[in-house]
Design a protein around this ligand. Sequence first.
Ligand SMILES: Nc1ncnc2c1ncn2[C@@H]1O[C@H](COP(=O)(O)OP(=O)(O)OP(=O)(O)O)[C@@H](O)[C@H]1O
Ligand SMILES: [Mg+2]
Length: 284
Amino acid sequence: MPPADVPGRAPAVPVLAVTGLDVHHGRRRRRRPVLHGVSLTVAPGETLGLIGETGSGKTTLARAVLGLVRPSAGSITLAGEEVSTHGARQWRALRRRGIVQYVFQDPLRSLDPDLTVERSLAEPLLVGGVPRAEAATRIRAVLARVRLEEDLLGRVPGELSGGQRQRAAVARALVTEPRLVILDEPVSALDSAHRVQILRILKELRAAGVALLFISHDLGSVAGSADRIAVLHRGELVESGTARDVITRPRHPYTRLLVGSAPTLRGAPADRAARDALRALLPA
Ligand SMILES: Nc1ncnc2c1ncn2[C@@H]1O[C@H](COP(=O)(O)OP(=O)(O)OP(=O)(O)O)[C@@H](O)[C@H]1O
Ligand SMILES: [Mg+2]
């Protein structure tokens, strides 16, 4: 759980604060708004689940936070530092510090297909100036954390199973000890056994105090690990609240639809069964 603010003490600076974010895609006559007035925060150690249907702008938001697309308005701060106006050089310096890392849906996009797992994990450390011997120790520690065997270190991503690849991508994201990890649909491409494994690792990360922005189109995937849930609909944030409130008392019609139609282990349920199943997933 995120640390509660103590009365009389300054509230913790969010690891991520997005305020009034507008992003457009396309140029000139093709230019159109993709995100409009989006505001959200992730506190240290908190998991925010960001859900929304395909095309609602989730990946665009992640890319804006990572400095891969430039916002047309609004502010983005990472650990208190305004980054929305950063140029390429400032982004390079920020990336070198490894404060924010990411895991994409397709692990082949998070990992360089030509590099062995060991090189992929070592690179961000060596670039950040960590000595080789210390890097080797940290790589082994992070592998244990995601339950990957050390003998996979010499393989390239193409020689791993889908689940192993995604765990390697999570390991690569964790190795710099980031303050925030953005996970964009990290389990969508996985079968249910691997999905459960990754979701368990995410829960452990949350317990260990890593802040997560967990993006998914599937409410069921985020329900079990998110402290709070934000709902994106057609580029606007239509609802946000504690995971429990959003699932048990959805206010916006779109959220109601999501809750009502969430797939469960029992197949396609009626509204009530879906809600009960989601409730069962909520953290105690
Ligand atoms: N580089 C781009 N140029 C032009 N339009 C883009 C670009 N990237 C995304 N879009 C458009 O922006 C909208 C939001 O896309 P985005 O990828 O952020 O959605 P998403 O919520 O991540 O969807 P999904 O669940 O399918 O991953 C879509 O209409 C998409 O076609
Ligand atoms: Mg996406």
